[in-house]
Write a protein of this length. Structure first.
Length: 182
């Protein structure tokens, strides 16, 4: 009985040693920054020390910091076949497209990219930053500059004229003494 139990332990430890090691670049985090209505793409580079079958890259829903907004997993598209095989030592680049067109609001979203394969799985933190397009900001900036120029003109020219009209009592031309007689 001890021989069978010892053999099972050796077999189990050799199976754990034989599990393939997967290296991913970038390993710490995949970051994306873009403007609404864009479709940015980022790449993952995978390398392994032994053959890996049935590789899957599965995006999860990303949530905003306050948890009120969601960047849906279906808007993250890894461009690999559903089931993929990696050969030892050969790096494979996997492009991942992000569809920012579907998103209604801007903000920061975070989640994970799950990489599953026979023998294990890994999670890559995923961060997406979405900004508003520039026309709205440009319009607000232009309106602000226009109002500032109008106020500057009024303070230098218009206010003096208004003070003269107010001093005349009737709004200007009625007092012929100040303006002269015609």
């Amino acid at each position: 009985m001890a021989f069978i139990l010892g053999g099972a332990l050796v077999w189990q430890s050799s199976a754990a040693i034989a599990a393939p090691k997967l290296q991913i670049v970038p390993a710490d985090r995949l970051s994306v920054s873009g403007i609404k209505n864009e479709k940015p793409t980022r790449s993952l580079v995978l390398r392994t020390d032994s053959k890996i079958d049935n590789l899957k890259v599965i995006p999860t829903d990303l949530s905003s910091k306050d948890g009120k907004e969601v960047f849906a997993a279906q808007w993250v598209k890894p461009a690999i076949p559903e089931l993929m095989e990696l050969k030892p030592g050969a790096p494979v680049t996997i492009p991942i497209a992000f569809n920012l067109e579907k998103l209604q609001t801007s903000g920061d979203f975070s989640g994970v990219l799950l990489i599953q394969y026979e023998g294990g799985e890994m999670m890559i933190p995923l961060q997406v930053q979405v900004k508003d397009d520039w026309p709205l900001a440009g319009l607000c900036l232009g309106l602000g500059v226009g109002v500032a120029l109008l106020l500057a003109w009024y303070q230098s020219e218009g206010m003096e004229r208004d003070e003269i009209f107010a001093a005349d009592g009737a709004g200007g031309v009625a007092d012929e003494g100040r303006w002269g007689s015609a």
